[in-house]
Ligand binder design. Structure first.
Ligand SMILES: *Cc1c(COP(=O)(O)O)cnc(C)c1O
Length: 422
C-alpha cells in the first residue's frame, strides 16, 4: 500500500460489523479467568494486555500504523516526544556509557542529553551535522552506544546527512537514532538510508491540530544486537528484573528493542500515552499525507516571497535553492521538507519585535507544525535571557523569526506578513 493508504488504513483493520474508527479502550486494567492466564502475560509467553501503564490496545493500533508508515517492525507510543527520545537512548545507553549526537537538535532534547542524562551518568559528545567524516569518527569512544540526530532540526532547519551518520555508527557497531518529527514519514523515511531507530514528537505534524501531546519510537528491526552483544548487555543478557528474559534471543532483531523499552522503561518510568490522546493522534494521521503537502506548498510560497522582500535580511528553508541544505533535502526528502521557515527582519531585535506585534492571522505561540500558522520570535520569548551576542553564537540571532506555516490560504499568510513588515 502507498503511504496515503497506510495513513488511513494502517494499524487497524475492523472485522465484519466492527467499528470503523479505532475503539478507545478507556480502561486501566484487563480481566482474566485464572491467575495462570495472567502469569503467561507477565512472563511474556502469551500476548495480551494487563495494565495500561505498559500497554493499551488503542495505543498499539496507532503505534502499529506509525511503524507501517516508517517501514519498521515494531513501535510504541509515549506520553511526549521528550519521553520518546529519553527511552530511545536510555534503552541502550546507561551510566558509564557515551553517545555521539548532532549539536543541531531541539532545545528540549539538548537539555535532556547535556544536563539531565549527564546527571544519570550518560555522556554526550556533540558534533556539527555538517562535520567532516574524520571529525565524526574522532567523536567515538570505546563506550559509545548510539548516534543521535534530527532529520530536519528544530529550529535550525539543518538537514542531517543520514547516510554519513549511519555509516559512522555502523562502523562502530552501534545504531543510529533519528528524530524524524519535522519531515514525518511522508517526506522522509530514515530507515531507507540506514537509520536503525526513529523517534517522533507526535505533538507536531502527526497530530497536527494542537490537540494531543505525544511521542513514538519505531524500530527498523535491522540492527543486529547479538552481533555486538558485549556492547548491549541490556538486550543480550538475561533481565533479572523481568523473569530472566534475554530480549534479543526471545524477540529477535525485529522485536527486542521495543519489547525491552516497554517491559522495563515503561514499567518503571510510566511515560505512557493515554488512549484518548492516541485516538486524537490517529485522527491526525488519517490526513497526514494531505496536510503535509499543503504545509510544504505554503512554506515554499512564503519562503520565496520572503526571499524577494526588501525588508527581510535572510531566509532559511531547505526547500529554497539558496539554502545550503538544499542538496541534502533533494536527496533525502525530494517530495518536500516541512512547513517551518526561519527568517531575519532587517533592523534586528527591535524590528522583529515590531513585526510580531503587527501580525493579525499568525498566532504567537511556542509551537510548530500546527494546522494554524504560528510564529515565534525567540529573542523576546524562549531565549529572552540571552544577549544579542549570545544569541548569534547559539545560531538563534536576535532578528530571527520562526514561522510555522499552517494550512490556511497562502495568499492570506503572505498578506499578513506583508502588512506586518510594512
Ligand atoms: C517538540 C519536539 C520534541 C519534544 O516533543 P514534545 O512532544 O514537546 O515532548 C522533540 N523533538 C523535536 C524535533 C521536536 O520538535
Amino acid at each position: 500500500m502507498g503511504l496515503g493508504t497506510t495513513c488511513i488504513r494502517g494499524g487497524y483493520a475492523p472485522g465484519n460489523g466492527e467499528p470503523r474508527q479505532i475503539p478507545i479502550i478507556q480502561s486501566t486494567t484487563f480481566r482474566y479467568e485464572t491467575s495462570e492466564d495472567m502469569g503467561k502475560l507477565f512472563d511474556l509467553e502469551a500476548e495480551g494486555y494487563f495494565y495500561t501503564r505498559l500497554q493499551n490496545p488503542t495505543c498499539d493500533f496507532v503505534a502499529a500504523k506509525i511503524a507501517e508508515l516508517e517501514g519498521g517492525t515494531a513501535a510504541m507510543l509515549t506520553s511526549s516526544g521528550q519521553a520518546a527520545n529519553f527511552f530511545a537512548v536510555f534503552n541502550i545507553a546507561t551510566a558509564g556509557d557515551h553517545v555521539v549526537a548532532s549539536n543541531s537538535i531541539y532545545g528540549g532534547t539538548y537539555n535532556l542529553f547535556a544536563v539531565t542524562m549527564a546527571k544519570m551518568g550518560v555522556e554526550f559528545t556533540f558534533v556539527s551535522p555538517d562535520c567532516a567524516p574524520e571529525e565524526l569518527e574522532a567523536a567515538f569512544r570505546p563506550n559509545t552506544k548510539a548516534v543521535f540526530g534530527e532529520t530536519i532540526a528544530n529550529p535550525a532547519l539543518t538537514v542531517l546527512d543520514i547516510e554519513k551518520f549511519a555509516t559512522a555508527a555502523h562502523a562502530h557497531g552501534v545504531p543510529l537514532i533519528v528524530d524524524n518529527t519535522f519531515p514525518t514519514p511522508i517526506n522522509c523515511r530514515p530507515f531507507e538510508w540506514g537509520a536503525d531507530i526513529v523517534t517522533h514528537s507526535t505533538t507536531k505534524y502527526l497530530d497536527g491540530h494542537s490537540a494531543a501531546l505525544g511521542g513514538c519510537i519505531v524500530d527498523s528491526g535491522k540492527f543486529d544486537w547479538m552481533a555486538h552483544a558485549s556492547k548491549f548487555p541490556g538486550l543480550t543478557t538475561p533481565d533479572e528484573s523481568y523473569h530472566g528474559i534475554t530480549y534479543a534471543e526471545r524477540f529477535g532483531n525485529e522485536g527486542a528493542f521495543i519489547t525491552k523499552a516497554t517491559a522495563q522503561l515503561m514499567r518503571d518510568f510510566g511515560c505512557m500515552a493515554s488512549p484518548q490522546n492516541a485516538y486524537l493522534l490517529n485522527l491526525g494521521l488519517e490526513s497526514l499525507h494531505v496536510r503535509m503537502r499543503r504545509h510544504c506548498e505554503n512554506a515554499q510560497a512564503i519562503a520565496e516571497h520572503l526571499e524577494a522582500h526588501p525588508q527581510v535580511a535572510w531566509v532559511e528553508f531547505p526547500g529554497l535553492p539558496s539554502s545550503r541544505y538544499h542538496g541534502l533535502a533533494q536527496k533525502y526528502m525530494p517530495g518536500g521538507t516541512c512547513g517551518v521557515v526561519s527568517f531575519g527582519v532587517k533592523g534586528g531585535r527591535a524590528a522583529a519585535e515590531k513585526f510580531m506585534k503587527g501580525l493579525k492571522v499568525a498566532h504567537i505561540a511556542t509551537h510548530v507544525a500546527d494546522a494554524a500558522t504560528c510564529c515565534l520570535h525567540p529573542a523576546s520569548s524562549t531565549h529572552r535571557q540571552m544577549s544579542d551576542e549570545e544569541l548569534a553564537a547559539a545560531g538563534v540571532p536576535a532578528d530571527m523569526v520562526r514561522f510555522s506555516c499552517g494550512l490556511e490560504d497562502a495568499a492570506d499568510l503572505i498578506a499578513d506578513i506583508d502588512q506586518a513588515l510594512a
